[in-house]
Design a protein around this ligand. Structure first.
Ligand SMILES: Nc1ncnc2c1ncn2[C@@H]1O[C@H](COP(=O)(O)OP(=O)(O)OP(=O)(O)O)[C@@H](O)[C@H]1O
Length: 344
C-alpha cells in the first residue's frame, strides 16, 4: 500500500547538511499498523512526512497504492492528502476555534456542504467520545481529549491511511493506553492502514503488527513485532526490546552468579514462545531427571496475543541428567541460550 523506494531526504541548515533519510526501502501493507521506532533525530518524522509530502524526498520514490506521489500534480496532491490523515504529538489544534470547528476544518477546505459537515463532525465526535464537547475550546480539554479531537479531525475526510507522529508522547500512561486502543479500533473497524512513529517500544508492543527500527536515517531492522521482539538482531534493537521486556539480567543476579558454588550447576536463558510458555515444562524436567531447578530471573508477557517468556534458570545436579533435561526442554519448543559468563 505504501512503498518507500531508496528514499533520501537531505536538509540544509545554513552551511550544515543533514542526511535525515539515507536510502529507505520499506513496504507497509494495507490494513497494517506499522510502527517505526528510533531515538530522537533518527529520521522518523521525516519518513512519515514523505507519505503526505509535508516533506518531499530529495531522491527516491514513495508509492501509495502503486502511484508515485512525488510525481503528483497540485490537484492530485490535494486529492491524495484527503486520503491521508495525520495526528500530531502536540495535537496542532486551532485554539481560537471550537472542537466542532477544528474537526470540521478539513471538510470546509474540501468544500463539503454545511449540512453534510454537521452530520460527519457529530458522527466523529460521537465516535471519539466527545459529542458533549462540540462547543468547547481546546484550552478547556485535557491532553487525551485534545488528541481525540486531533484524531477525529484526521478521520474527517475518510482517509485510508492514518499517520501518527508521536501521537501519545505528550500523554500520561493511562491516557496513552486509551488513545492506543482507539487507534486499534480505527484500524480494525474502518480498515485504515496506520503508520506511526514513536521513541517508545511500549507503543509498538501494544498495537503494532510490524515494526521498523531506524537509526541515522536508515532502517536497521524490520519485521513482525513478534519476530523482532523475540529475536532482536542489532544492539540498538536489543536495547529497545529490553526497555519493555525487561530481559536484561540485573546486576544483583549477575553478582550472585559469579559467586563460587559447591556442586555442579549450569545457568541458561530460556525463551518460551506460545504454548510452551504455558506448559510446566521446567517442573516436569526437574521431577523427571531429579534435578534442582531454580528460576533466578525472568518474566512472562504477551506479544500480539501470544504468551512469551524469558527465564534465567539454574540447573543443579549430575552433568548427564542436566543434559538430558536440556534435551527434554528443547523438545517442548523452548529456545535455550547459554547464559554467557555463568556455568559449570
Ligand atoms: N525542516 C528541517 N530542517 C532542517 N533539519 C531538519 C528538519 N527536519 C528535521 N531535520 C533534521 O533531520 C534529522 C532527522 O529529524 P527527524 O525529525 O526526522 O527525526 P526524528 O527521529 O523524528 O526525531 P524527533 O523524534 O526528535 O523528531 C535531525 O537531525 C533533524 O535535526
Amino acid at each position: 500500500m505504501i512503498t518507500f523506494e531508496n528514499v533520501t531526504k537531505t536538509y540544509h541548515n545554513g552551511k550544515q547538511i543533514v542526511h535525515a533519510l539515507n536510502g529507505i526501502d520499506l513496504t507497509i501493507e494495507r490494513g497494517e499498523i506499522f510502527g517505526v521506532v528510533g531515538f530522537s533525530g533518527a529520521g522518523k518524522s521525516s519518513l512519515l512526512r514523505c507519505v503526505n509530502l509535508l516533506e518531499r524526498p530529495t531522491t527516491g520514490r514513495v508509492l501509495v497504492e502503486g502511484q508515485d506521489i512525488t510525481q503528483f500534480s497540485k490537484a492530485e496532491l490535494r486529492q491524495h492528502r484527503r486520503r491521508v490523515g495525520m495526528v500530531f504529538q502536540h495535537f496542532n489544534l486551532l485554539n481560537s476555534k471550537t472542537v466542532f470547528a477544528n474537526v470540521a476544518e478539513p471538510l470546509v477546505i474540501a468544500k463539503v456542504p454545511n449540512a453534510e459537515i454537521r452530520k460527519r463532525v457529530m458522527e466523529l465526535l460521537e465516535f471519539v467520545g466527545l459529542a458533549d464537547k462540540a462547543n468547547h475550546y481546546p484550552d478547556q480539554l485535557s491532553g487525551g481529549q485534545k488528541q481525540r479531537v486531533g484524531i477525529a479531525r484526521a478521520l474527517a475526510t475518510r482517509p485510508s491511511i492514518l499517520l501518527c507522529d508521536e501521537a501519545t508522547s505528550a500523554l500520561d500512561p493511562q491516557t496513552t493506553s486509551a488513545i492506543l486502543s482507539l487507534l486499534k479500533t480505527i484500524n480494525r473497524e474502518y480498515r485504515i492502514t496506520i503508520l506511526l512513529v514513536t521513541h517508545e517500544m511500549s507503543v509498538i508492543r501494544e498495537i503494532c503488527d510490524k515494526v521498523a527500527v531506524m537509526e541515522r536515517g536508515k532502517v536497521i531492522e524490520s519485521g513482525s513485532v513478534f519476530d523482532v521482539f523475540s529475536n532482536p538482531q542489532s544492539d540498538i534493537t536489543k536495547n529497545f526490546v529490553n526497555s519493555v521486556m525487561h530481559t536484561k539480567i540485573p546486576e544483583s543476579v549477575q553478582r550472585l552468579l559469579s559467586e563460587p558454588e559447591g556442586g555442579n550447576r549450569r545457568v541458561y536463558q530460556l525463551v518460551f514462545v506460545g504454548a510452551s510458555a504455558t506448559q510446566p515444562v521446567l517442573f516436569q524436567a526437574a521431577k523427571k531427571f531429579n534435578l534442582d531447578i531454580n528460576i533466578l530471573f525472568g518474566n512472562i508477557t504477551e506479544l500480539q496475543g501470544v504468551p512469551f517468556g524469558h527465564l534465567l534458570v539454574e540447573f543443579r545436579g549430575p552433568e548427564r541428567e542436566i543434559n538430558r533435561a536440556l534435551t527434554y526442554v528443547r523438545e517442548a519448543q523452548v529456545d535455550i541460550q547459554e547464559a554467557v559468563g555463568y556455568g559449570h
